[in-house]
Design a protein around this ligand. Sequence first.
Ligand SMILES: Cc1cc2nc3c(=O)[nH]c(=O)nc-3n(C[C@H](O)[C@H](O)[C@H](O)COP(=O)(O)O)c2cc1C
Length: 483
Amino acid sequence: MSEQRIPRIIQGGMGVGISSWRLARTVSMEGELGVISGTAVALTLARKIMERVDEEDVNRALDAFPFPKMVERIRAKYAPSTDEQFNKDRFKGVPMPTIEYSKDLLELTVVACFVEVYMAKYGHDGLVGMNLLEKIVTPTLSSLYGALLAGVDYILMGAGIPIRIPQVLDELSQNKDSSLPVKVADDETGEIVYSRFSPTAFAEGENLPKLKRPKFLAIVSSAPLALHLHRSQYGSPDGFVVEMPIAGGHNAPPRGKMQLNENGEPIYGIRDEVDFQAIQNIGLPFYLAGGYGSREQYVMATNLGASGIQVGTAFAFCEESGMEKSLKQRIIEAVKKGLGRVRTDPLASPTGFPFKVVEIEGTNGIHETAEKRQRICDLGYLREAYRKENGNIGYRCPSEPVDDYVKKGGKIEETVGRRCLCNGLVSTLGLGQKRRNGTEEIPIVTAGDDLKFVLRFLKPGQLSYTAKDVLNILLGKDLKTTT
Ligand SMILES: Cc1cc2nc3c(=O)[nH]c(=O)nc-3n(C[C@H](O)[C@H](O)[C@H](O)COP(=O)(O)O)c2cc1C
């Protein structure tokens, strides 16, 4: 396939690990844009190595990494040795993200993104993208570099304003040093703190490979934001994904003061409506996302001038997604019975963005279950940096133990209703941590408001479907089953 071809369908990047290399590869091999999620893959790679998940594939990708000494160090640290009884009861800790990464975490992050992209691209020449969240800044540069080493074709980023990414991609793809400012709360010093990455320092004197500059699609929720990014001094994105608030995952908050409906969900109004004509006037390719998982919506999107659609929910529950199989089945069965409501929770995410959760028994999508979880913060992807009284930088998360958060200067009201998305989302993959007290982290599942429509992909008598089933319906190749 020509690299110039513009895909019609983007399989959305879904963290943590839902958009696995297996899902992205399948979509990519069908000629559309398969996207892996780059969020927290350092952690999931370490746990997969510990549990020998996808061992053959992971090893193939690790063996292809250009700096073998780093892979040796990762294997030495995380791979269960054959002569030692590997303790399967608990996962070994992985360093938590901070502004200055430890060498361990830096290598693990670059390698993990390389592995995901490498595997998604393995054995074909289709297009593969990687999705990152702008709000999670500190892993961004090392994640991008890992994806670049594996020849990623697209980077997609939303959940914030990814204004510097075009420049960062220019720099990193030329093996130049790059940096991104990190927001530090409670900071009155006026000093700008940067997350930095140097390809030369990373490679420890080894030759740096020649890299391709991938395209960048910014995920936005309004025309003014798209225009702002387009006119930025740091360079323009190559296109946009315009995401509506019924999409799965995090949503942009409503414009103006947050108002809630009788179920406690954010109300979106006329000010949140997107001016598609203004987006089209920018003149770059754009995709519509959020409730576009049907043939009719695809046609509607293209009629509005879009190059295609980005779809998440429909792919999240297909066979190739990273979600643990029995959980996936349980949700599909529940949806069949009219259960599995999707709630837009204004508080659940420590980021402060509304986050959609599926209300399904046995998960932290059920309020009472979630409230019973003993708070612990040991993964740390959603921690914010803050300035301590002594001038040093500390890290805190509103879903960590309340006393700890308050001791770090956080406001107690910020902790109400917060969920540990790090542990919950990793558990959704079947990689949840077992605690010393005998409990185990349980999943939290996110999906779009359109969850009920996944039933349209099921063939009669079946409880699962493939990514190809989804693509066939979206592209009108299987019109019989389209609803
Ligand atoms: C399970 C799940 C996880 C998601 N995680 C992310 C994410 O990490 N980053 C992101 O930009 N979008 C994320 N999304 C949004 C999707 O990439 C996509 O834009 C969205 O799902 C499209 O709307 P739909 O859910 O109605 O198909 C997620 C969506 C789902 C369903």
